[in-house]
Design a protein around this ligand. Structure first.
Ligand SMILES: NC(=O)c1ccc[n+]([C@@H]2O[C@H](COP(=O)([O-])OP(=O)(O)OC[C@H]3O[C@@H](n4cnc5c(N)ncnc54)[C@H](O)[C@@H]3O)[C@@H](O)[C@H]2O)c1
Length: 418
């Protein structure tokens, strides 16, 4: 049967150290691991995971293995795998099919290898594993009891499948847990996107015009951190509420057609397609930098950029120069793929601690409950609150409790103005 395929097994010692470092900052997962080791809630179950293969994911996989699961893992982006971590996971006994710098063909080959294991529970990030199971590998659907989805884009795709009656098994939308999107999407993407841009370019942010496309959870974090480093942040939006929020947070809001001529750096985080396209590129300043932090590499229209360009060259890792016909140069980071994962290391461990705590507890929930009808489900409130509680405890923070009188007051309607 299939075993694994990674770039280089010899990288395992470095990957082990990376994972050890991540796990130090993931106290919630450590607590879950301790319990899983004793209780083995996933005993005998095969889990198929399509996740960014980072040191934080390695900590999650160790928790799942400790819970008794067999794990088959592939990357959820062709450019996001940390090769040393992938090698270390093979050593731990996971069946890993992932390496950095895959072609699209290789990427789907790895997903298919994961499906070959016949997963009972799927853990997805972007719904490519679910998509493959529902299109090319429908014979493997019979095995599947349920799954989880990590990101906004994946949840959107799954809800569309649910609406069309195409979804064949239950999926818990981990992304929509408070302890996921409020922290991972905002603080995690915020910090790591800036990190990715800086590692690729080492430019000074202070004083630059920094255009953020979107003002959702990820983009809010990116805008907040860019502003904190002295950039003049401009937000573009299509949702009036979010645009208003950006304006009231002191940011300039305008259409991208206007912002295009002003920006020094552009970052997309919308989950939408062709947000930055030819008409915008034509107006951009010489030297403008383009990056994406949304899940798929469709937010910047790269074909448009290629059509406008007369030549291209790679100047540094993850930094490609496009020389346009009129002599202007535009710089694309990380091929337009998620810049925080391709050019940096993805989210810091502290936020992935909560996202992956939700992942492991939801996998346990699916294992322990009857097969649910095929729908997209919220993370059970009790799990979400429990993750927040465990995190607070790990951070040494205590909070107040409602008194008996307060509980009663909040549950009645008789008492008004007194
Ligand atoms: N880089 C990462 O590590 C990471 C982490 C989490 C999520 N994501 C991805 O980032 C993307 C955004 O996630 P989110 O949680 O912020 O979503 P969200 O739904 O909270 O926000 C998206 C925002 O983009 C806006 N938008 C849509 N089309 C637009 C357009 N053409 N121009 C301007 N704004 C537009 C929407 O109105 C919305 O406010 C998704 O693809 C998600 O999967 C990436």
């Amino acid at each position: 049967m299939v075993g694994y395929r990674v770039k280089d097994e010899e990288l395992a010692p470095q990957g082990r150290l990376q994972t050890e470092w991540a796990s130090r900052h993931m106290p919630v997962l450590s607590q879950i691991k301790e319990r899983f080791t004793k209780e083995k809630p996933l005993k005998g179950l095969t889990l198929g995971a399509c996740l960014h293969v980072t040191k934080e994911t390695a900590v999650l996989v160790e928790v799942l293995l400790a819970g008794g699961a067999k794990v088959a893992l592939c990357g959820s982006n062709p450019l996001s795998t940390q090769d040393d971590v992938a090698a270390a996971l093979v050593e731990k006994g996971a069946h890993v099919f992932a390496w950095r710098g895959q072609t699209t063909e290789e990427y789907y080959w790895c997903i298919n290898k994961t499906v070959d294991y016949g997963p009972v529970i799927t853990l997805d990030d972007g719904a490519d594993l679910v998509g493959t199971l529902h299109s090319k590998r429908t014979e493997a659907l019979l095995n599947v009891k349920g799954g989880t989805e990590e990101t906004t884009t994946g949840v959107l795709r799954l809800r569309a499948m649910e609406r069309d009656g195409a979804l064949k098994y239950a999926i818990i939308a981990v992304n929509d847990a408070y302890t996921k999107y409020l922290f991972d999407n905002r603080y995690g993407t915020g910090q790591s996107t800036i990190d990715g841009i800086l590692r690729a370019t080492n430019i000074l942010l202070a004083g630059k015009n920094f255009v953020v496309c979107g003002y959702g959870w990820c983009a809010r974090g990116i805008a907040m951190r860019a502003q904190g480093m002295g950039a003049n942040v401009i937000v573009t939006e299509v949702d009036p509420l979010r645009a208003l929020e950006a304006a009231m947070n002191g940011l300039r809001v305008m259409p991208l057609g206007e912002a295009a001529a002003k920006g020094d750096i552009f970052v997309t985080a919308t989950g939408n397609i062709n947000v930055i396209r030819k008409e915008h590129m034509q107006k951009m300043k010489n030297g403008a930098i383009l990056a994406n932090s949304g899940h798929f590499n469709v937010e910047i229209n790269i074909r448009d950029l290629e059509e406008l360009a007369v030549s291209r060259r790679i100047l540094r890792p993850n930094l490609e120069e496009y020389k346009l016909k009129d002599g202007r140069k535009l710089y694309l980071l990380a091929e337009g793929r998620l810049v925080n994962l391709a050019s940096a290391e993805g989210h810091p461990s502290e936020v992935m601690d909560m996202s992956f705590a939700n992942q492991s507890l939801c996998a346990e929930y699916i294992a322990q409950n009857e097969k649910m009808p095929p729908r997209v489900y919220d993370v059970p409130k009790i799990i979400d609150k429990n993750v927040a509680k465990l995190k607070l405890t790990a951070m040494g923070i205590r909070i107040d409790e409602l008194t008996h009188e307060q509980k009663k007051y909040l549950a009645t309607w008789e008492t008004g103005t007194i």
